[in-house]
Design a protein around this ligand. Structure first.
Ligand code: G6P
Length: 608
């Protein structure tokens, strides 16, 4: 979603401010803006539509000089992508300027009331009401802090909001309700941001605001208080484990490719998660008779992947719920464990599902990549995956790591259930240990071939991704990658389902990808192969993805075949997913898509 940043210092902050929103651009990138104050006077505001790079140049952001400033990069929710709807937004007198992430659900009634009082609105956003309401409240209360908190109390919905005001030009006021906001603590310089990336170049010390808290930040300090009572809150200072280099492209043309290449390391990190932590997590799951797995987008497919592994290796039946549907279909009570996956730990739908589950008495757990994120602090049981910053909007390494962790949890659940012995677990873990090397091999030896096929087939407008059993979630996740990054229509489907209708679509405009299990997975292999045969019998194009075989059949029904390192059934899906990530990436680059910032998407969707 939108990204918010702010800097309070003694010297000029424009450059730091622009660099902050550049680092947050993956949260939204249709327009951006900044506001700064230089000692006194009204905040100077510059904004426009386009990327930070473009707008910064067009609007000469760096010509603005000031020691206090706020900035915003937008993913439009209320009001189209226009200059006027870009943030920051100001009050009529221009003395109050705000940036906001979230949705103010009562903004229409607030706006009507304020307009009756003579306030003139210039944008179609929900955010502008906040600036006018602060101005209105200030005229009565004569205190910025009181006007700010009175305004917050009048807002329904969700927000991370930051305020700059000419009345107190040495500080930023900011607050949070269900949208993330973090303070960064530097030397004679402090920061605010939607996430660590806003200020990680400058400091690794952070304070995470909790819901319904506000903060006043100056160059030499900060206070955090409760919105409801004004009572001070003592906060813990957190040391961020990521560093700014991890968030650079490191010689790769895109973050997506860099992150795909980081997967061997990410899997090693997932394999290093301590036994004790995994076991305790598994015990907490096993402690409850019913289990829900949840996530959205890519993490929904991670959850589905876990559903197959929990069933196959632990005999555990889990219900699967997309987080956005969770409260409409799940029955939660104190017999339930709800397990979510989330890269950001901030996705509104998943967070709401977990909160709903908690309110219903369920025990919650999550696999999350971002330490200190809302989900990390909400759940009863947490596994931090430690995959490092994932900057590309499209999730690759975080998802693979989550799948590996889910597979490791399945083994522990199997052990607890008596379905697996310690020896079985050891054997499967050994197979997992071989995954990083296998991925390296794919990256080094198969990228060129996959690139060639992507180029040859990039004109095809429709793709069906087919997989059976545990390859079904891989097919769906791979189809999502294709849609997200290449804007090519793709659907993931169980290969056995094809013949029940969709097969009617096979023609020259539709290609298929078939994810084959290793031959030793005999039944699955045979069934998947027959789906490929059915497509070929109708002259459809089939791209086969499969592991190396000792005696490869000369009669496989594939138009092209991506042959991957030999892998056992437990780990083969990981390799196939990596091949599909590369295929989407190269299709997107061939079609000249904006790989790291696909249209209409945002990395961390913090609205309903
Ligand atoms: C958004 C992104 C998806 C992502 C999903 C879940 O919809 O566009 O790519 O998979 O959020 O994100 P999370 O941070 O919870 O893993």
């Amino acid at each position: 979603m939108c990204g918010i940043a702010g800097v309070v210092a003694l010297g000029n902050i424009s450059e730091k401010l622009v660099s902050s929103i550049r680092s947050l651009e993956y949260r939204g990138y249709d327009s951006c803006g900044i506001a700064v104050i230089n000692g006194s006077g009204k905040p100077s505001v510059r904004k426009n539509i386009g990327s930070v790079e473009e707008v910064s140049e067009k609007e000469n952001f760096l010509d603005l000089h000031g020691n206090v400033g706020i900035a915003h990069t937008r993913w439009a929710t209320h009001g189209g992508v226009t200059k006027l709807n870009s943030h920051p937004h100001s009050s009529c007198d221009g003395l109050f300027t705000v940036v906001h992430n979230g949705i103010i659900s009562n903004y229409i009634s607030l706006r009507e009331k304020l307009e009756k009082k003579g306030h003139v609105f210039v944008s179609a956003t929900d955010t502008e009401s906040i600036a006018h309401l602060i101005e209105e409240n200030y005229s009565k209360l004569k205190s910025v802090e009181k006007a700010f908190t009175a305004t917050l109390k009048a807002l329904d919905g969700t927000y991370a909001v930051a305020l700059l005001t000419a009345h107190e030009p040495d500080r930023i006021y900011c607050a949070r309700k269900e949208s993330p906001l973090i303070l960064g603590l530097g030397v004679e310089e402090n920061y605010i941001g939607s996430d660590f990336n806003a200020f990680i170049e400058n400091t690794k010390s952070a304070v995470i605001l909790d819901d319904n808290e506000y903060a006043i930040v100056t160059h030499d300090g900060y206070v955090v208080k409760r919105i409801s009572s004004g009572e001070m809150v003592v906060k813990q200072v957190l040391e961020i484990m990521w560093d700014s280099e991890m968030a650079q492209k490191g010689g790769f043309p895109h973050y997506m490719l860099k992150e795909i290449h980081e997967q061997p390391q990410v899997v090693r990190t997932a394999m290093n998660i301590e036994e004790d932590r995994l076991m305790k997590f598994a015990e907490a799951i096993a402690d409850k008779p019913r289990l829900y797995l949840t996530g959205v987008g890519t993490t929904f497919y991670v959850a589905q992947f876990a559903q197959y592994y929990f069933s196959a290796y632990a005999g555990v039946t889990a219900s699967l719920a997309s987080s956005d549907e969770f409260k409409f279909m799940a029955n939660v009570d104190d017999d339930v464990f709800v397990l979510a996956a989330s890269q950001s730990g901030e996705t509104y739908d998943t967070l709401s599902a977990l909160r709903h589950a908690k309110a219903g008495g369920a025990v919650t757990g999550a696999i999350v990549n971002v330490m200190g994120s809302s989900m990390a602090r909400t759940v009863d049981h947490l596994i931090l995956q430690g995959s490092g910053p994932e900057i590309c909007v499209i999730s690759t390494k975080a998802a693979l790591s989550q799948m590996v962790i889910m597979a490791r949890l399945a083994l522990r659940l199997g052990l607890l259930n008596g379905k697996l012995t310690a020896k079985d677990v050891k054997a499967r873990e050994k197979e997992l240990d071989a995954v990083p090397k296998g991925i390296e091999k794919i990256l080094n030896e198969k990228s060129g071939f996959i690139h060639t096929i992507a180029k040859e087939q990039s004109h095809i407008p429709h793709w069906l991704y087919l997989g059976r059993g545990r390859y079904y979630p891989i097919a769906r996740e791979s189809a999502l990658k294709m849609k997200e990054v290449a804007y090519v229509h793709a659907e993931g489907m169980p290969s056995g389902f094809l013949k029940h209708g969709t097969i009617a679509l096979i023609d020259d405009n539709l290609n298929c990808v078939v994810f084959m299990p290793p031959e030793e997975d005999a039944e699955l292999y045979k069934l998947t192969l027959s789906s490929a045969e059915e497509i070929r019998a109708r002259n459809g194009y089939v791209l086969g993805v499969m592991s190396e075989s000792k005696s490869p059949s000369k009669h496989l029904p594939f138009s092209e075949t991506i042959i991957l390192p030999k892998a056992p059934p437990f780990t083969a899906p990981f390799f196939e997913m990596v091949a599909a990530q590369l295929f989407s990436y190269f299709t997107a680059t061939t079609l000249k898509r904006n790989v790291d910032r696909p249209r209409s998407l945002a990395k961390s969707v913090t609205v309903a």
